[in-house]
Write a new protein. Structure first.
Length: 158
């Protein structure tokens, strides 16, 4: 994942509710899988391995945060196990073919979580006192200027 995309995800995470965090995690996971596929096509074995490791960590984050008091958590865990097996198979066989079925499953789950996040009542971000980012465009001579303002009042106040 490039630095610009990582910064965009970071900004979204700071202002995210609980369901939004799950959606962002899925988006980051799919982004890492796409990055791994690109690295494989470029014959960058180390880049492929690094992207797959990051994708595995993101998948692990999703599975570690399941609440098994709910029946759907068991179903999600079985899907995560399936995806993890495809990751292992892709790494062992040094092939991206197993990632296609994993990506299909993750894209369907992402759509479901996006719908759930839309229907959720808007709540305050989980991260309190996070950095606020304001962005906008202004007209300059012969071009558009992008302005980004970040608030510096983070941390504890004495």
């Amino acid at each position: 994942m490039n630095a610009q995309l990582a910064k965009e995800f970071q900004t979204r995470i700071v202002n995210a509710s609980q369901n939004d965090l799950v959606v962002i995690n899925y988006e980051m996971l799919i982004t890492e899988m796409n990055e791994a596929i690109d690295r494989f096509d470029q014959e960058d074995e180390k880049g492929f391995t690094n992207s797959m490791n990051r994708a595995t960590r993101l998948l692990r984050e999703l599975s570690d945060n399941l609440d098994f008091q709910y029946d759907i958590s068991r179903d999600l865990m079985s899907l995560y196990i399936f995806v993890n097996k495809r990751f292992i198979e892709a790494s062992i066989k040094n092939s991206i073919k197993p990632l296609e079925s994993a990506k299909d499953v993750l894209n369907m789950l992402l759509l479901g979580w996006q719908q759930a996040a839309k229907e959720e009542q808007k709540t305050a971000p989980l991260i309190q006192n996070g950095q606020q980012v304001y962005a906008g465009l202004t007209y300059g001579k012969n071009k558009l200027n992008e302005s980004v303002y970040t608030e510096n009042s983070r941390g504890f106040k004495a």
